[in-house]
Design a protein around this ligand. Structure first.
Ligand SMILES: Nc1nc2c(ncn2[C@@H]2O[C@H](COP(=O)(O)OP(=O)(O)OP(=O)(O)O)[C@@H](O)[C@H]2O)c(=O)[nH]1
Length: 275
């Protein structure tokens, strides 16, 4: 959870942890596809939801089925959840991606915070909806089912300066598996706080082995260091590109035939996704 104040100027003490080599993992220097454009800054869906609710109680007629279908066709939404121990920087990472800045103050997330960003991938506008989940058990237990429902991708975060947060990843993965998240749902591993170069406890090689063994890409980055902001973007953009390539079924293609609307399954297509 963040306050809404603008980013405080931050001075990065260093370039962050070392690169990650080879294997199936992705290095922290990887970039999102050049065909990708980010359109908007973050939006608090809690607030947006409230304002939508209040406007719907006005005298406006209810939207027709056709118009809501058309809206769905226009913009697909990819739901990405961010999971990991408390204090690893989940809020800061999502804030960096959706708002482009590092929050000068955060508090423990209670339940979930939604942030959203519209991006253009190969000509299609897609909404990346990021669910910043609570790391503290007491603030998440009533929400867990909601986190995993219809999720399209999962970001597991650990703190490179806290070995315990890395070891606990196994528990987070088990929780995720326990909620019947399909094997086709992409997952990535993020080691955050690489700006704290003198305090790193989790070696890149160890993290890479773990990522490989769970068929995940690895990103090592810093939500705080402005020089790493492109790398933070790459986490979510790589997932969005992959989801687009998979043609996620959250909103299925709608074909119109003889004035009727027909929902169809989409087939897999290739893209030059960075992952
Ligand atoms: N040095 C450094 N500090 C960071 C970074 N990311 C987050 N922090 C700090 O780590 C602390 C926790 O950050 P949050 O983003 O609130 O952590 P969280 O994982 O969302 O925590 P919960 O909401 O409790 O689950 C804050 O004091 C942040 O300023 C980073 O990349 N580098």
């Amino acid at each position: 959870m963040t306050n809404d104040s603008p980013e405080e100027e931050t001075r990065a003490p260093g370039s962050g942890g070392g690169g990650v080599g080879g294997g199936k993992g992705m290095t922290r220097r990887n970039r999102a596809d050049d065909n990708v454009t980010m359109l908007t800054s973050s939006m608090d869906l809690h607030r947006a939801g409230r304002s939508r609710a209040s406007s719907s109680s006005s005298t406006d007629p209810a939207p027709s089925i056709t118009s809501s279908l058309e809206l769905s066709i226009q913009t697909r939404i990819f739901k990405i959840i961010v999971i990991g121990d408390s204090n690893v920087g989940k809020t800061c990472l999502t804030f960096r991606f959706t708002g482009g800045s590092f929050p000068d103050k955060t508090e423990a997330t209670i339940g979930v915070d939604f942030r959203e960003k519209a991006v253009v991938i190969q000509g299609e506008t897609i909404k990346v909806q990021v669910w910043d989940t609570a790391g503290q058990e007491r603030f998440r237990k009533s929400m867990v089912e909601h986190y995993y429902r219809n999720v399209h991708a999962v970001v597991f975060v650990y703190d490179v300066t806290k070995m315990a947060s890395f070891r606990n990843l196994q528990t987070w993965i088990e929780e995720c598996n326990g909620h019947r998240v399909s094997a086709s749902v992409p997952r990535v591993l993020v080691g955050n706080k690489c700006d704290l170069v003198d305090q790193i406890q989790v070696p890149s090689n160890t993290a890479l082995k773990f990522a490989d063994s769970h068929n995940m890409l690895l990103f090592e980055t810093s939500a705080k260091d402005p020089k790493e902001s492109q790398n933070v973007d790459s986490i979510f953009m790589a997932l969005a590109c992959r989801l687009k390539a998979q043609k996620s079924l959250l909103y299925r293609d709608v074909e119109r035939e003889d004035g009727r609307v027909r929902l169809t399954q989409q087939t897999e297509t290739k893209s030059n996704c960075p992952c």
